[in-house]
Design a protein around this ligand. Structure first.
Ligand code: SF4
Length: 399
């Protein structure tokens, strides 16, 4: 271990009731009978990773992502959290997030989630329009979202995110506007807005290749993004990442997702579960994908002294050289639209200044109006508003 700050822990739950046509996450429908064995395997992986670290690892965020983590009974979530509390030094003020499908929730489920320590809920809303929800093959209606938010507030969740998707085939600006209006009316604390991409290997990707589904129009999608930026700013939200907005807090801070900030700041995290990725001790790791194979691997014999951050589920391990780490720090840090990449933080981390390493690239991107320096005294390099729309043109220059 070469990092003394707190880690983040990602827990992947690869089960869904139905596989949506656009989804390319590592998730499986019809394998719910594996859940119990999967959770046992997950707890074993967590224990083994902590044991191989050789010293107690402090964690400040836990994120249950998927898949559909809300398919798990609360006792299974509690089991995982208890394992983490036993194996890691989980800070008392840790952010513990769980992704939930609005159609899978009940008042009792949400109350129990709060009781076991989950304090941030992320709802996969995607759209308020019934036709769009059907197109996406989502298993909920917007009415489920309204009920879920009401129950979540009553259960004491005061950190609530809504995920929305824009740029759908055939989507009009008006329906997107209505989705935003409906989402804002629910008074969330955080919003994540994603542009739909038609990925190869998904049903949506195949239909688009055969001409059966119109490709999303990038100009319309850009218009939707700009509309959202204006509306959310008026609605009391501050954009802090290309796709993420948090409620403006008294004192000027933004209620950001602390777990995702760890990724964007290119800081260490451990990923547990089938297909989970991790980044620790100069390695990027990826776990075996299929839940059944994951369970088998975790139950196999394993020397707990094996080098951190490897576990029996690790399928690939890539050493991250310093040059790559610098490029990734730029690529991810520049996604942070307010914070950007701090000059001093970069210098402290790598012993070289941003100008010394990337002076040429920064100069060119400034000339193109895509990057700017911000901050008085402590300078931060960040995207301009135009750069936010053309982020990929900026990122590739650093990797
Ligand atoms: S519910 Fe989410 S994770 Fe599951 S298939 Fe649909 S989009 Fe993918």
């Amino acid at each position: 271990m070469n990092f003394d700050g707190p880690y983040s822990l990602y827990i992947h739950i690869p089960f869904c009731r139905h596989r949506c046509g656009y989804c390319d996450f590592n998730t499986y429908a019809g394998q719910e009978e594996l859940i119990e064995a999967y959770i046992s395997a997950l707890c074993r992986e967590i224990d083994l990773a902590a044991a191989s670290a050789g010293e107690a690892v402090t964690a400040h965020t836990v994120f249950f992502g998927g898949g559909t983590p809300s398919l798990l009974p609360v006792v299974q979530i509690e089991r995982v959290l208890n394992t983490i509390r036993r194996s890691f030094r989980l800070l008392p003020e840790a952010e513990i997030s769980l992704e939930a499908n609005p159609g899978t929730l009940s008042p009792k489920y949400l109350q129990d989630l709060r009781l076991v320590g989950v304090n941030r809920l992320s709802l996969g809303v995607q759209s308020a329009n019934p036709t769009e929800l059907r197109l996406l093959e989502r298993q909920h209606e917007f009415g489920d979202v309204i009920r879920a938010v009401t129950w979540a507030r009553r259960a004491g969740f005061d950190n609530l995110n809504l995920d929305l998707i824009f740029g759908l085939p055939g989507q009009r600006l008006e329906t997107w506007q209505r989705t935003l209006e409906n989402a804002l009316r629910l008074n969330p604390d955080h919003l994540a807005l994603y542009a739909l991409t038609l990925e190869h290997g998904t049903p949506f990707g195949r239909w688009a290749e055969r001409g059966l589904l119109a490709e999303p129009d990038p100009d319309v999608a850009a218009g939707m993004y700009e509309l959202a930026s204006e509306w959310l700013a008026e609605g009391g939200f501050e954009q802090y990442e290309i796709s993420n907005w948090g409620r403006r807090m008294p004192g000027g801070d933004v209620l950001a997702c602390r777990h995702n900030l760890q990724y964007w700041r290119n800081l260490p995290y451990l990923g547990f579960g089938a297909g989970a990725h991790g980044y620790a001790a100069d390695f990027r790791t990826a776990n075996v994908l299929a839940p059944a194979a994951y369970i088998r691997r975790c139950n196999s014999s394993w020397d707990p002294k094996s080098a951190f951050p490897r576990t029996p589920a690790t399928n690939s391990l890539e050493t991250i050289a310093e040059k790559t780490e610098m490029g990734e720090t730029m690529m991810m840090g520049l996604r942070l639209t307010r914070e950007g990449v701090g000059e001093e933080i970069f210098l402290r981390r790598f012993g070289r200044s941003l100008e010394a390493v990337y002076g040429q690239e920064i100069g060119k991107l400034q000339e193109l109006g895509l990057l700017e320096w911000a901050g008085n005294g402590k300078r931060r390099l960040r995207l301009t508003p135009r750069g936010r729309l053309l982020g990929n043109q900026v990122f590739y220059r650093f990797i």
